[in-house]
Design a protein around this ligand. Structure first.
Ligand SMILES: Cc1cc2nc3c(=O)[nH]c(=O)nc-3n(C[C@H](O)[C@H](O)[C@H](O)COP(=O)(O)O)c2cc1C
Length: 215
């Protein structure tokens, strides 16, 4: 059984979650989560703590562009009473955001899209009368994606969208792991995909370590 939380307290007994995986797949034993597992296991082996959030289990209303969130630059400020406030706090507290999703119609699945919309306004205080800060500026973002087409035809548009989203939001885009699903009759996960997932985790680890080094 794979545990999706690796909480190892530091010397002071404080638990630090260094990354959150926002899981956009509706399938609890689907391809995307199977691809994410070795990624999380590899980071855990290097003592990097992560939490996986199942977005289909969360209440995430769509943004209605009311712009209430632009009035106070120090908080999320969205009037919707759903689960996005809690996700917002988790993302502000971590160093790395992993967007894990199957591709649906050349983009991410609906709860992830709704969340991205809520965050692009709630985190970026650029939509009011004056230009404010991006509250999550400098955080790192990576993608773990599965799709039916070859990744260069299935995941390319989503990746480009997220590159622009990151630039606009002052996030640091680290890269994408994308793997192809050959259909319901075939077994998705194999040794090669597991290797890719683990080496992607090591790449990400390298970037995390670089930004934590004192120089
Ligand atoms: C409604 C729906 C739409 C999809 N749209 C695309 C698509 O636009 N491009 C693509 O390459 N694959 C598409 N796929 C295939 C999935 O991305 C692929 O099977 C994925 O691995 C499923 O991941 P999961 O098992 O985590 O749900 C679609 C699948 C579904 C169910």
């Amino acid at each position: 059984m794979v545990c999706f939380r690796w909480f190892v307290p530091d010397a002071q007994g404080v638990v630090v979650v260094e990354y959150n995986v926002l899981m956009g797949s509706p399938r609890k034993t689907g391809n995307t989560v199977e691809l994410v597992k070795p990624f999380m296991e590899e980071l855990a082996l290097h003592h990097v703590q992560g939490e996986l959030i199942w977005l289909y289990d969360k209440k995430i209303q769509p943004c209605t562009a009311c712009r209430t969130c632009q009035k106070d630059w120090s908080i999320f400020g969205c009037p919707c009473r759903d689960d996005v406030g809690e996700i917002f706090d988790k993302l502000l507290a971590c160093n790395l955001i992993v967007l894990a999703t199957p591709i649906y119609s050349w983009y991410c699945t609906p709860p992830m899209k709704a969340l991205l919309d809520r965050l692009v306004y709630g985190m970026n205080k650029y939509y009011g009368d004056a230009r404010g800060p991006a509250l999550w500026a400098g955080k790192k973002t990576a993608l773990v994606v599965t799709c039916g087409y070859r990744p260069e035809k299935g995941a390319d548009l989503f990746e480009e969208g997220i590159r622009r989203y990151c630039k606009h939001s002052q996030l640091q885009y680290l890269g994408m792991l994308a793997e192809r699903d050959l259909g319901y009759q075939s077994i998705f996960m194999d040794a090669e995909k597991e290797r890719h997932s683990r080496s992607f985790a090591l790449e990400i680890l390298g970037s995390l370590k670089k930004s934590m080094s004192p120089t």
